[in-house]
Design a protein around this ligand. Sequence first.
Ligand code: ZN
Ligand code: ZN
Length: 83
Amino acid sequence: MACELCLLEKKTKWYFENNEFVILECDTCKIPMVVWKQHGANPPHEVLYDMQSKAKELFGINITFRMLMRKLPEHFHFHVNLK
Ligand SMILES: [Zn+2]
Ligand SMILES: [Zn+2]
């Protein structure tokens, strides 16, 4: 089964990319979304920490994280709510 988050098409703006994750604009919500590059639901703690600190670096310390993965629960990602 093809996973939309594994494919990661560059359809929207990409804010940041490294070997572990991508921060891009969510096509549906039009807000930033952080996507782990591996297909799995539980990234290591240090990766999660890096994702959140990078998001704060890009969008400010007042952002909040929406960790719910309703649509694709098997591939780790979260949304960034901007203030
Ligand atoms: Zn996936
Ligand atoms: Zn979204």
